[in-house]
Design a protein around this ligand. Structure first.
Ligand code: HEM
Length: 499
């Protein structure tokens, strides 16, 4: 009996020793290719730099490290190295100067859960290039950055104003209505139709997008991204999210298949039809990227990226107007002088509204929606500043470092529209306005987002004065979650009609 026990114990010890040796060998093998990585803080075996910072506000730790080690820093998230790039010059040198090398997208488990390696946002190399080129061209053909898209945004702005009016001056939460308005713009481009407020399918898609971004920006999302298999074993909000994501993909697939069964149309009416036309054109081409998996993921990319970002920004804009009633009043005065109350704002008015334009830019700069952008990945071993960043390594473009750099802004640490105005009160452009990212992977919906922010914000302030349910001094404007994204608060407010 004793002999058996000794034998068993020895076998277990030997297996453990072999596994440990294999692990060490793997880590050493990896480390030899990591010898010339940029500097960074000391790490613990297997854990790396985890537990050295508050995961809830990781980007603040990255900012601290860039002050200590310079514009390129390496940290280890468990046994994965991540290179953080900070400062305008370094971001320009890498994301533009070495744009091809830095153009990969990191394999972030939560991003993969929604797209499975297809689409535009979470792909790299040939697939990404093809999907990005097609998506940009098609969005332009459907009017992005031109008047035709403005019409769609204006229609939604009119409906939004009606929804706010229906609240009849009582306290309400504007979050859902803003999301519906913004989302319906992208829906009419992608699906070719808008959804009614109470449509159960629309409600479920919006709920999934909302949960997706709040989990992405929460500590749970960060931990899932580092230890996906382990966290996946436990119950929690992420399980509910994955169910929602599968249902959303199924809906996108049904929409795509409905177009595939339609008679050929040489004049596509929406994004899906344009993609299906391309699928038919390339059906005999081996290795074509125009297939159902890419289509479903691109639809999801545009719907999710095009909904939460812009509606959160508008939500934060209204919060800042309530916190700063003097700024809100000045915007309204400018709107009254230039547009008046008898017509809707149009993008052409922007050039005559320098203060309003500065306020919208300042909302975006100060809220710093995507502090580490969307993580990139190295496409090949690349030398930069005397260091070598190996192929496959994850890269965080630390956009925050540019958006709060005191050398680049007059008053970087608070909400101040003067950051975008010159001495004569004219709008002043600033290249350090990198909220949409920088270089080859920069946001492909930027033109659409800018049109939406301008038309929705001006239409709302033209019709209403926003007031908080508490005095402005007591209003907290700190975002709720600050990891991957900085999600602004949800709140109740009064929209008091101006006429
Ligand atoms: C206020 C609004 C928005 C902000 C602040 C924003 C910000 C960003 C940022 C920081 C990135 C990552 C850039 C990088 O990888 O370096 C990005 C990528 C992207 N955005 Fe936006 N975005 C906004 C609105 C939109 C809209 C309306 C759409 C809808 C079409 C959209 C679609 C995308 C897509 C598809 C990508 C991935 C591009 C790629 O990987 O090549 N975004 N956005």
């Amino acid at each position: 009996m004793d002999i058996l026990l000794v034998l068993k114990t020895n076998v277990v010890s030997i297996v453990m020793a072999v596994l440990a040796l294999l692990l060490l060998w793997k880590i050493r093998g990896k480390q030899s290719s990591f010898e010339r990585l940029p500097p960074g803080p000391a790490t613990y075996p297997l854990l790396g730099n985890l537990f050295q910072f508050n995961i809830k506000e990781a980007y603040k730790y990255y900012l601290e490290l860039s002050n200590r080690y310079g514009s390129v820093v390496t940290i280890w998230l468990a046994n994965t190295p991540v290179v953080i790039i900070s400062g305008y010059q370094a971001l320009k040198d890498t994301m533009i100067g070495l744009g091809e090398e830095f153009s990969g997208r990191a394999i972030y488990p939560l991003l993969m859960k929604s797209t499975y390696g297809y689409g535009v946002l979470s792909t790299s190399g040939h697939r990404w290039k093809e999907m990005r080129r097609f998506t940009l061209t098609t969005l332009k053909n459907f009017g992005m950055g031109r008047r035709s898209i403005e019409e769609r945004v204006r229609e939604e702005a009119e409906i939004l104003v009606e929804m706010f009016k229906n609240c009849e001056g009582s306290a309400f939460s504007p979050a859902k209505m803003l999301m519906i308005a913004v989302s319906n713009v992208i829906c009419s481009i992608v699906f070719g139709h808008r959804f009614e407020l109470e449509d159960p399918q629309f409600k479920s898609l919006l709920q999934t997008v909302n949960t997706y971004f709040s989990i992405l920006s929460s500590p749970l999302g960060q931990i899932y991204n580092i230890f996906p298999r382990l966290v996946g074993l436990f119950p929690g909000k992420h399980k509910q999210l994955f169910k929602g994501l599968d249902e959303a993909r199924e809906y996108c697939k049904r929409e795509a298949q409905a177009r595939m069964n339609m008679q050929d149309s040489s004049c596509p009416q929406d994004f899906i039809e344009a993609f299906v036309l391309k699928m038919k054109e390339e059906k005999d081409k081996p290795n074509t990227e125009y297939h159902l998996s890419n289509l479903v993921s691109v639809i999801w990319n545009m719907f999710s990226a095009g909904t939460e970002t812009t509606s959160s920004t508008l939500r934060h804009a209204l919060l800042l107007m309530m916190k700063n009633p003097d700024i809100q009043e000045r915007v309204q005065r400018e709107l009254d002088e230039v547009i008046g109350q008898d017509r809707w704002p149009s993008v052409e008015d922007r050039q005559n509204l320098p203060y309003t334009d500065a306020v919208i830019h300042e909302v975006q700069r100060s809220m710093d929606l995507a502090p580490i952008s969307v993580p990139h990945k190295m496409m090949c071993d690349t030398e930069y500043n005397g260091y070598v960043v190996p192929k496959g390594v994850m890269v965080f473009p630390l956009l925050s470092s540019v958006l709060i750099d005191p050398k680049l802004w007059k008053n970087p640490n608070c909400f101040d529209p003067e950051n975008f105005l010159d001495a004569d009160g004219r709008f002043q452009k600033n290249d350090a306005f990198v909220v949409f990212g920088i270089g080859k992977r920069a946001c492909l919906g930027e033109a659409l987002a800018r049109t939406e922010l301008f038309i929705f914000f001006t239409s709302l302030l033209q019709h209403f004065t926003f007031k908080a349910t508490v005095p402005p001094e007591e209003l907290d404007t700190t975002p709720t979650n600050c990891s991957f994204g900085r999600m602004p608060l949800t709140y109740e407010c009064y929209a008091i009609p101006r006429k």
